[in-house]
Design a binder for this molecule. Structure first.
Ligand code: 13P
Length: 247
């Protein structure tokens, strides 16, 4: 199964549910609908409403992050995996480069993963190198560190999805070549196989995915889907990605 995950970041108000409704109508009539799963990660303010709407639909709702304590604490503005799960989310992103830049280190990320799994949230664990690391050919070293410092064999592998998002590609229109991306995806799967002795992880790509760039990446069968930022805030652009992927 492929994944199309829309990360809204700091976007959306209650009436933005219309975007979800349009995506739902498309999916209902799509002949390829059995081949993929749609997940939307709206801001926290919309999770409860969107999850209630999605309950009877084939769209899943996730959170963009969760706090590294659980279930409750005295940290102002923090929201735990327990609280996120309680309003109907099924997934959570963890380790997005935006949050790594704001201080999420491997220790914190491991706590987040533990608490998310404990609360039966599926995890989309984001990894990726920055521009300088890429230039210095450190990509694989960085990815390996990001994976092995946080993921442990005892974590339930069936609840973990990896999203490879090179930081230099997020919101920039800059893309890895298909050859580069295929190679990196295979390497990520190898690293995961070493941790878990099993080869079943979905690995997604994220970074400037839209209706055009998806055409380049659909040839790479090792890629199990996409984590989409900017283009997921418009139902048309998001639907175009799915349409063009299967065209
Ligand atoms: P863009 O698709 O806007 O490049 O964002 C990618 C991303 O960060 C998704 O989490």
């Amino acid at each position: 199964m492929k994944y199309f995950i829309g990360n809204w970041k700091m976007f959306g108000v209650p009436k933005s549910i219309n975007i979800l409704k349009k995506i739902n109508s498309f999916q209902l009539n799509d002949k390829n609908k059995k081949k993929y799963r749609i997940v939307i990660t709206p801001p926290l303010t919309l999770i409860e409403k969107f999850a209630a709407y999605s309950k009877t639909k084939k769209i899943f709702i996730g959170s963009q992050n969760c706090y590294h304590k659980d279930p409750f604490s005295s940290n102002t503005s923090a929201v735990s995996a327990h609280m996120i799960k309680s309003v109907g989310a099924k997934y959570t992103l963890i380790g997005h480069s935006d949050n790594r830049a704001e201080g999420d280190n491997d220790y914190i990320l491991k706590k987040k993963v533990q608490f998310a799994l404990k609360n039966k949230l599926k995890i989309i664990f984001c990894i990726g190198e920055n521009k300088i690391e890429k230039k210095n050919k450190k990509t694989l070293t960085i990815l390996k560190k990001q994976l092995t410092n946080v993921l442990e064999k005892k974590f339930n592998k069936n609840d973990i999805i990896i999203a490879y998002e090179p930081i230099w590609s997020i919101g920039t229109g800059k893309l890895p070549t298909a050859t580069e991306l295929r190679k990196i995806t295979i390497q990520i799967k190898k690293i995961l196989k070493n941790i878990y002795k099993k080869n079943t992880f979905p690995v997604l790509y994220g970074g400037s995915v839209d209706g055009n760039s998806v055409k380049i990446f659909k040839e790479i069968e090792e890629i199990d889907g996409f984590l989409i930022g900017g283009a997921s805030k418009s139902s048309k652009k998001f639907i175009d990605i799915i349409k063009n992927y299967y065209r």
